[in-house]
Design a protein around this ligand. Structure first.
Ligand code: HEM
Length: 399
């Protein structure tokens, strides 16, 4: 045993944590855990939850000790073996197959115009539904789904298909209770996505465009990997822009001083985006597994330990962020962990920023005068592995 391991303390157990409490509001739980230790064994979750900023950062940047290729991964069952569950060099081959489709140049030259058209389409839908309707389900969800559909090149599917595929496969990824109905819905989507890919690839080979699937037609990568990466991207690229959009609108509408500041200076929308994903990380936790006995921030972990990297907690670590529980666009700029880090740093971060803070947020506030929360029906925020708004009824004045 090394001197470090001898000096390290055993990992504490947090047997008081329940899934129901995490789902409703994980932040008081994270606060208590972080104040006790950077890592806990949490029986209800069947994982070691890593909650301090430093510890999450260490895990993200060391794939030798903290592997993304988890044993018995439910994500692999639900979506196939994607880049997100591979370490380098295998991960790197898959990641490179995405080329420059999601990068700033392509966004500027190609995707921004498409995001703009989608914004107009779903803003019209929200306006038609009228004041009192739900901003998430009439606007944010279909907007995010339609953007992703076109970025990926699923010309043979609808945005509703994308939403169904995403949610059912995410449910599979989180199906720790092994519910057969959840697996049935997830497997149905798995097969539908494979069929859609098989159908569209020959079309895109003949009619190439700027999409991810079109790019795949010339990449030296097996069909199985393409299928898994596409499913993971459907699961990882839809709910998150939807959720940051919802949280950002909710946060601004609940903080009138900051809303006034942003309305007076629309250049602040990118800051609103960054503070929203720090405050409520859309992906609150993702897994890693130790490849050997190790010590993480002074805490002993055995080989094969299944970790939950809780970036939702790290982003509110008072060791890094002053008054971390508050939404505050004027806080000193410090890097948050909402997009992960290291080799798995989110491939879609630019797409999310362009579509949400470049187009959706400024135009929603400009197009819906006196946008405000509906006093009669409360907004509902929920979730912990994924967190966002389940409901966001809003009102506005006629223009
Ligand atoms: C606010 C929106 C988003 C957030 C907060 C977010 C968050 C994340 C996080 C935390 C990871 C790393 C997970 C891990 O290491 O296990 C990740 C990876 C990834 N994300 Fe995103 N994401 C967002 C939007 C998107 C979008 C719009 C797309 C696609 C267009 C996308 C595609 C991906 C892909 C392909 C990976 C895997 C990268 C790799 O393994 O190398 N994401 N994302």
């Amino acid at each position: 045993m090394t001197a470090e391991a001898i000096a390290a303390r055993p990992v504490p157990t947090a047997d008081w944590v329940t899934i129901e409490d995490l789902y409703r509001n994980p932040f008081p739980i994270y606060r208590k855990m972080r104040s006790e230790a950077p890592v806990h064994w949490v029986p209800a979750v069947n994982r070691y939850m890593v909650t301090s900023y430093e510890a999450c950062h260490t895990v993200e940047n060391d794939q030798e000790i903290f592997s993304a290729d988890e044993t018995n991964s439910l994500m692999k069952r639900a979506m196939g073996h994607s880049m997100l569950r591979k370490d380098d060099p295998e991960h790197d081959v898959d990641r490179k197959s995405y080329g420059s489709v999601l990068r700033p140049k392509a966004i500027k030259e190609h995707w921004n115009a498409i995001f703009q058209a989608n914004h107009e389409k779903y803003l019209a839908r929200l306006k038609a539904a009228g004041p009192g309707s739900d901003l998430i389900w009439e606007y944010a969800a279909p907007y995010a789904a339609e953007n992703l559909r076109l970025v990926m090149g699923f010309h043979n599917a609808t945005q509703e298909d994308m939403q169904r595929w995403s949610q059912t496969m995410i449910n599979g990824t989180g199906n720790y209770a092994d519910d057969p109905e959840v697996w049935a819905a997830s497997e149905k989507s798995y097969n539908e996505v494979d069929d859609a890919i098989d159908e569209i690839l020959p079309y895109l080979r003949k009619n190439p465009d700027s999409s991810l699937l079109s790019g795949m037609t010339s990449m030296p990568i097996p069909l199985e990997a393409i299928r898994a990466n596409m499913k993971m991207t459907i699961g990882g690229g839809l709910n998150e822009p939807r959720d940051v959009l919802g949280v950002a609108v909710w946060a601004l509408l609940s903080h009138p001083d900051q809303l006034a500041q942003v309305l007076a200076d629309p250049a602040l929308y990118p800051t609103v985006f960054e503070e929203s994903v720090r405050w409520v990380a859309p992906i609150g936790m993702y897994p890693r597994e130790t490849t050997r006995d190790t010590v993480l921030e002074g805490v002993q972990l055995p080989k094969g330990a299944r970790l939950g990297v809780v970036v939702g907690a790290a982003n509110r670590d008072p060791a890094v962020f002053e008054d971390p529980e508050s939404f505050n666009i004027n806080r000193p700029k410090k890097p948050h962990l909402a997009f992960g880090g290291g080799n798995h740093y989110c491939a879609g971060a630019w797409v999310a920023k362009a579509s949400v803070s470049g187009i959706a947020l400024p135009q929603l506030f400009a197009e819906l005068p006196n946008l405000r929360l509906d006093p009669e029906r409360p907004a509902v925020d929920a979730g912990w592995v994924f967190r966002g708004m389940n409901a966001l009824p809003v009102r506005w004045d006629a223009k």
